[in-house]
Design a protein around this ligand. Structure first.
Ligand code: AMP
Ligand code: ZN
Length: 470
């Protein structure tokens, strides 16, 4: 079945067909490395990871590019305030970003270009826009003339009469009600200190929007398949990216625009400027499990707003623990019936289909997760009723591993986990002791196993073991 997604451009559901048959070219706006990212940012990055993983699940090869914004007002200001070079300052937060995405089990993009390493490409693009008469110089900076791009506003749905023609804005971030000619190249000012480049468009530094146009087109071509970010980037960032790129190339820039909803706190967008944020580190230092954070962030539909509370994180932790426990039971059941459970096997195929249908329907995660929960409920029931054969257990494990290629929440449970031979021997001796009602020996063996980090559980059909969670 085909994947259908909501394209922000045109605001309609569309069948996803990449330009090249089996390859998807995707650009995702990355972090500004001026501070630790907050979990609102990670909601968007987790969504992009699910998108990537589902495309891979469907057999596409994904070429993903994520930019690192390592020069802007904030990075310059902070590096000056702390008295270190811009590079030294941003390096720390860039590393933190990579640590955080690893903790959240986010797959790495193919490329992470840094803005500061692509100044030539940006300057070339600015020059091209000036040559075409859609950009102009004023007071040492270069601006894009939005009145020259006839379809300006097509992504955000803004009407042209709202535009203040001729008025300019130097800030990279501004509201929809103040659409203006935006800055492509910022002329040097004393507060920029050491941070500047001497280029053909003057001494200064790039604006934020031009960065993404230059780097995406460099690595993915003038037209590519997917561009995504949080919905707060629709205007002005993505609107401006379209204007610059399409004015320069005369070609369509991006085929599918995908935007995720905001993570809220008490109904308001989680944002550094509002001070209502949690970094991933904040949560991990309180003992939270990063994969529970991942589970929480992906559990709502990606376009819907999601309100963050620690209580919701607690619920996500319980949900993920229950899922893990089921998988452990499946993997460690040592005594099973020989008869296959036909009903269970049918349910597995049915729910796999349902999972795929849900994901094909604009990545409907709540529906996909519901299928996963039905699988684990059925499996638990089968284990409780001793109606699970070795083959059933393997089929379950195979299916959940496959679904986890998309979900990415079972890192530990998916690792092949073999019982060490000496532990297997102890379990067998213990079973024999129990059969002889020699409880003292059975208890002693249980303690020996426990010292090896293996916990045994007696069930009506035999012994189940698991590793003590760390
Ligand atoms: P920034 O570093 O501000 O450019 O943001 C990086 C990414 O996080 C962008 O895709 C933003 O749209 C996204 N983002 C920022 N705040 C939130 C939030 N509260 N919820 C979801 N995504 C967000
Ligand atoms: Zn961007």
């Amino acid at each position: 079945m085909a994947l259908r997604i909501m394209n922000t451009l045109g605001r309609r559901m569309q069948k996803f067909v990449p330009l090249k048959k089996k390859t998807v070219r995707m650009y995702t706006c990355g972090p500004t490395v001026w501070d630790y990212a907050h979990i609102g940012n990670f909601r968007t990055y987790v969504f992009q990871d699910i998108l990537r993983r589902y495309l891979e699940y469907k057999g596409y090869k994904v070429i993903q590019v994520t930019n690192i914004t390592d020069v802007d007002d904030k990075t310059i200001r902070q590096s000056k305030a702390t008295g270190v070079s811009l590079r030294e300052y941003t390096k720390k937060y860039e590393e933190a970003y990579f640590e955080d995405i690893a903790a959240l089990n986010i797959e790495k993009a193919e490329r992470y270009p840094r803005a500061t390493e692509h100044i030539n490409e940006m300057v070339a693009l600015v020059k091209r826009l000036v040559r075409k008469g859609v950009a102009y110089e004023a007071e040492g900076s270069v601006y894009f003339d939005i009145s020259k791009f006839k379809t300006y506003g097509k992504l955000s749905g803004m009407r042209l009469e709202q535009l203040k023609s001729g008025a300019r804005i130097d800030s990279d971030e501004y509201g929809k009600d103040e659409a203006r000619d935006f800055v492509l190249w910022k002329g040097w000012r004393p507060e920029d200190g050491e941070v500047f480049w001497e280029t053909a468009v003057g001494k200064g530094r790039p604006g934020w929007h031009i960065e993404c146009s230059a780097m995406s087109m460099k690595y993915l071509g003038a037209t590519f398949d997917i561009h995504s970010g949080g919905e707060d980037l629709i205007f002005p960032h993505h609107e401006n990216e379209i204007a610059q790129s399409e004015a320069a190339t005369g070609k369509r820039f991006v085929r599918y625009w995908l935007h995720s909803g905001m993570l809220l706190v008490g109904g308001r967008k989680m944002a550094k400027s509002l001070g209502n944020f949690f970094t991933l580190r904040d949560l991990l230092s309180k003992g939270h499990d990063p994969l529970a954070v991942r589970y929480l962030l992906m559990s709502a539909h990606y376009r819907a707003p999601l309100n963050f509370t620690e209580e919701a994180l607690g619920d996500a932790t319980k949900a993920i623990e229950a899922l893990r426990e089921t998988l452990r039971r499946v993997k460690t059941f040592t005594a099973t019936t020989k008869r296959d459970n036909v009903e269970l096997r049918k349910l597995l195929s049915r729910e796999q289909l349902e999972f795929e249908r849900a994901m094909d329907d604009d990545l409907n995660m709540p529906r996909a997760l519901a299928a996963l929960h039905r699988i684990t409920r059925a499996v638990n029931r089968a284990i409780d009723q001793c109606k699970i054969s070795g083959e059933d257990a393997k089929a379950t494990h195979r299916l959940v591993s496959r679904l986890d290629k998309v979900l990415g929440i079972f890192a530990e449970e998916m690792k092949p986990d073999f019982l060490p031979p000496e532990a297997e021997l102890l379990i067998r001796e213990r079973d024999e002791a129990r059969a002889k009602r020699d409880w003292a020996t059975a208890d002693r063996l249980r303690e020996q196993l426990s010292a090896m980090g293996i916990v045994v559980e007696d069930t009506p059909t035999g012994t189940v073991w698991k590793r003590r969670s760390r």
